[in-house]
Write a protein that binds this ligand. Structure first.
Ligand code: SAM
Length: 175
């Protein structure tokens, strides 16, 4: 399954920390790319440093217009998964979503416009209570991949963690 993420509605500076975490979760939980129409260069810099240290070619892509992106992705057969507390329970649709080949997960910040709900293939709720786009994204990515994302290797990078019962073990990768 190819997974991409679209971040909409974020406010520069005010939402920067949350947006950085949305990008970090996307990368660490197996998405290939995140699209944003507002990017603080520092967020790009942070993700680029993480890639250089720990591997992967995860990308942050600037887009002028997210509606145009959604339209063209749908035309290409990509399924649009919108995360919202008003949607269908993740428990009831995770198996169906897991069978899709290409998905774009939309996460909001402030109020998400009505047309996103109407044009999404799946409006997905991680419980019907308000919480956070970071947690909602992490849970959905984990459910639809059944944890397989944590077994995948990240190519490139300088460093690798050797999982340890106690302490920190980090080795340099041979180039
Ligand atoms: N009040 C906003 C609205 O009505 O769209 C939501 C704000 S919430 C802080 C930001 C984002 O977190 C939402 O757009 C959604 O993507 C995600 N989110 C929050 N709670 C969620 C839930 N229970 N299930 C799925 N996504 C959720």
């Amino acid at each position: 399954m190819t997974i991409e993420v679209l971040r909409i509605g974020q406010r520069l500076v005010r939402d920067d920390r949350v947006t950085t975490h949305v990008a970090l979760v996307s990368r660490a939980f197996g998405a290939k790319k995140i699209y944003m129409n507002e990017i603080n260069p520092e967020i790009k810099e942070t993700l680029s440093k993480v890639n250089k240290s720990w591997g992967s070619d995860f990308e942050i892509q600037y887009i002028e217009n997210w509606r145009t992106l959604l339209k063209s992705k749908k035309k290409d057969g990509v399924k649009i998964i919108h995360l919202t507390m008003y949607g269908q329970n993740i428990n009831s649709i995770q198996a169906k979503i897991a069978k899709e080949k290409q998905i774009l997960i939309v996460v909001g910040a402030e109020k998400v416009p009505r047309d996103v709900y109407e044009n999404a293939d799946y409006n997905v709720a991680v419980g019907n209570q308000p919480h956070s786009e970071i947690s909602a994204l992490a849970i959905v990515l984990d459910r639809i991949q059944s944890g397989a994302q944590f077994d995948s290797k990240f190519d490139g990078g300088r460093l690798q963690i050797i999982p340890s019962e106690k302490g920190k073990q980090v080795v340099s990768k041979k180039s």
